[in-house]
Ligand binder design. Structure first.
Ligand code: NOJ
Length: 533
C-alpha cells in the first residue's frame, strides 16, 4: 500500500487554553503552541489537532463559536495562526483545526439574525419550533449537559434546539444555505494551509425530520447524567448526515486533487462500532477517520481487549483505515483510569495497534485527573450537574513544563490549577529520567517510526490468555511481536515457533526482559515489543 501521512502519522491533541501561555493571562495561546513545536517534533508526533481557537464567549470553552473565520483574541490573531502554521510545517508537522459545525454560539451574528424575527431570512438556519400543545418544549429531547434541549424565546414565541448549552444553538443542516456557508468556512482554513479538521459531534448534525420523542433508556441511572434518561435515537445519527460528510470529503479531496496537499477529516462520533463505521462512507466517501474511542472505556483484560480489536477490525469496510484513541478533553485521563504502570502498557498498545493513534496532551507525562476545588470549577457540564462529578476540568489542567513557578505554563494565575505533582511530573524533569513515561513515549514513537510493520503492517492476534495480550505486526519480511501484561504479576509467555529467539526492542519497564528458549518472562505490568532474531 502507499501510506498516506494521516495513516502513518501520530496525532497529538492540544487543548490550547492549557498548553502554554505567553502573555501572562493564565490561559494558553497560539504563540505558546509555537514555542513548544520543537518539544512536539522531538517527542516524535506528526500532527497536532488544536481544540477550538475561534472567537467565542467561551460558554463551552470555544465549542461555542461566534465567528468561524477568526481567532479569539485570548489565543492571538490570524497572523499568529499563520505563523504557527508556517513554523509547524517547517518542522514537518501537520496542523488540524477543530471544526464545530453542529452548533454556533448564541452570540454568532447568524443566530442574532435568526432570533430577531420569524420572518428573518436566517430564521431557518437554526431549529425553531412551536411549543407542544401544553406550552412546553416541542419534544422530550435532553441536552447533553442536562435539562431540556429546547430554549424558549419570548420575543418570537418559539423554542430553539440546542444539543449542548442554550448558548450553543444547533444549526439546521437541512437548509442548503447553512451548508454553503459552512463549506465556505472549511475552504477558508484549507486555503490558509490547514491540513484537516477534527469535526465536532459529527453524528449529531442532522435530526429526525419531524422531531419525534426519543424513547426512554431502560438502563438509565441518575449517576450517568440526565442526558442518558432517553436514547438519542431521533436526535442523532440520521441517514442524511452521510451526505453532508460526503460533501465535506469532496471539498477536502479537491485540495489533494489540485496538488495542494492531501487534507484529512476526522469525525468525533460516539456510537457502537457497527454504526460508527458507516461514517467511513460508502459510494460517496465519508470522513477519513471516524474516531474510535473504544479503548477509553474498555475492560482492561486480555480477552476483552482482543475481542474489541478483532470486532473493530472485522467491522471496517474495505479500504477503511483504523484509528485508536486513549484520551481527550472530555474523558478521564488514561493514567487515572488505568494507573501509572498500566498507563505505560496502554501507551504501547495505542502506538502498536494497526491504525492512526491520537494522543492527548499531558498523557505522555502520565498526567492524572487534577483535583479541582468547588470554587475553581469552570466547565459548564460540571457546574450544571455538580453533584454527579461530570465536570471535565480535571482533564484540562495546565501542561507542566518545568520546575519553575506555575510549571512554566504561565507567569500569571493559571485558569485551572496545576496538578499537585507538577514539581516532579513535568517535561524538563522527566526528560532527565531515562525511565520516565515521557521517555517511554519518545522511544515508542521512534520505534514506531523506524519499523514499518508497526505503521502499515498487518495485524494478527496471537493470544489473549489470562492477563496477557499478544499480537504480531508484519510488513514484508519484518515481523514484530507485542506482548502486554495487563496485570501486576509476572507471566511466562510461550513464543510462537517463528519467534523462539527474540530480541526485545522496547519494554515499558526498566531493564531487559529475560528471554529463555522459546519463552519470555513478562514482568508485572510489562509490555514489550519483540523482534525475532
Ligand atoms: C464535543 C466536544 O468534544 C466537547 O468538549 C463539547 O462540549 C461538545 N462537543 C459540544 O461542542
Amino acid at each position: 500500500m502507499t501510506a498516506r501521512w494521516w495513516q502513518i502519522g501520530v496525532i497529538y491533541q492540544i487543548y490550547p487554553r492549557s498548553f502554554q501561555d505567553t502573555n501572562g493571562d493564565g490561559t494558553g495561546d497560539l504563540k505558546g503552541i509555537e514555542r513548544r513545536l520543537d518539544y512536539l517534533a522531538n517527542l516524535g508526533i506528526d500532527t497536532i489537532w488544536i481544540s477550538p481557537i475561534y472567537p467565542s464567549p467561551m460558554a463551552d470553552f470555544g465549542y461555542d463559536v461566534a465567528d468561524y473565520c477568526g481567532i479569539d483574541s485570548r489565543f492571538g490573531t490570524l497572523a499568529d495562526f499563520d505563523d504557527l502554521l508556517v513554523q509547524a510545517h517547517a518542522r514537518g508537522l501537520k496542523v488540524l483545526l477543530d471544526f464545530v459545525p453542529n452548533h454556533t454560539s448564541d452570540r454568532h451574528p447568524w443566530f442574532a439574525e435568526s432570533r430577531s424575527s420569524r420572518a428573518n431570512l436566517k430564521r431557518d438556519w437554526y431549529i425553531w419550533h412551536d411549543p407542544a400543545p401544553d406550552g412546553g418544549p416541542p419534544n422530550n429531547w435532553i441536552s447533553d449537559f442536562g435539562g431540556s434541549a429546547w430554549e424558549w424565546d419570548e420575543a418570537t414565541g418559539q423554542y430553539y434546539y440546542h444539543a449542548f448549552l442554550k448558548e450553543q444553538a444547533d444549526l439546521n443542516w437541512r437548509n442548503p444555505a447553512v451548508r454553503t456557508a459552512m463549506y465556505d468556512v472549511m475552504r477558508f482554513w484549507f486555503d490558509r494551509g490547514v491540513d484537516g479538521f477534527r469535526i465536532d459531534v459529527l453524528w449529531h448534525m442532522v435530526k429526525a425530520a419531524h422531531f419525534p420523542d426519543n424513547p426512554p433508556n431502560p438502563d438509565y441511572q441518575p449517576a450517568m447524567g440526565e442526558m442518558h434518561r432517553v436514547l438519542q435515537l431521533h436526535s442523532t445519527d440520521q441517514p442524511e448526515v452521510h451526505g453532508i460528510a460526503g460533501d465535506m470529503r469532496a471539498i477536502a479531496d479537491s485540495y489533494g486533487a489540485a496538488g495542494r496537499g492531501e487534507r484529512v477529516l476526522i469525525g468525533e462520533i460516539y456510537l457502537p462500532v457497527d454504526r460508527l463505521v458507516h461514517y467511513y462512507g460508502r459510494e460517496r466517501a465519508g470522513v477519513h477517520l471516524p474516531f474510535n474511542f473504544q479503548l477509553i472505556d474498555a475492560s482492561w483484560d486480555a480477552r476483552s481487549l482482543a475481542k474489541l480489536i478483532a470486532d473493530y477490525e472485522a467491522a471496517l469496510p474495505p479500504g477503511a483505515w483504523p484509528n485508536w484513541v486513549l484520551g481527550n478533553h472530555d474523558r478521564s485521563r488514561v493514567a487515572s483510569k488505568r494507573g501509572q504502570a498500566q498507563g505505560r502498557v496502554a501507551a504501547m498498545l495505542l502506538l502498536t495497534l494497526r491504525g492512526t493513534p491520537t494522543l492527548y496532551y499531558g498523557d505522555e507525562l502520565g498526567l492524572t485527573d487534577g483535583a479541582i476545588a468547588a470554587a475553581d470549577v469552570q466547565d459548564p457540564r460540571g457546574l450544571r450537574q455538580h453533584e454527579l462529578a461530570l465536570g471535565r476540568d480535571p482533564v484540562r489542567t495546565p501542561m507542566p513544563w518545568d520546575g519553575s513557578e506555575n510549571a512554566g505554563f504561565t507567569t500569571g494565575r493559571p485558569w485551572l490549577p496545576l496538578n499537585a505533582d507538577w514539581p516532579t511530573r513535568n517535561v524538563a524533569g522527566m526528560t532527565e529520567q531515562p525511565h520516565s513515561i515521557l521517555m517511554l513515549y519518545r522511544r515508542l514513537l521512534s520505534v514506531r517510526r523506524a519499523h514499518p510493520a508497526l505503521t502499515i503492517g498487518e495485524f494478527a492476534l496471537l493470544g489473549a490468555e489470562d492477563d496477557v495480550l499478544v499480537y504480531a505486526r508484519r510488513h514484508d519480511a519484518e515481523r514484530l511481536i507485542v506482548a502486554l501484561n495487563l496485570a501486576r504479576r509476572p507471566h511466562r509467555l510461550r513464543l510462537p515457533d517463528w519467534a523462539t529467539t527474540c530480541q526485545p526492542l522496547l519494554s515499558t519497564v526498566a531493564g531487559t526482559a529475560p528471554t529463555g528458549a522459546g519463552s519470555l518472562l513478562l514482568r508485572a505490568d510489562e509490555g514489550v515489543i519483540l523482534k525475532p532474531a
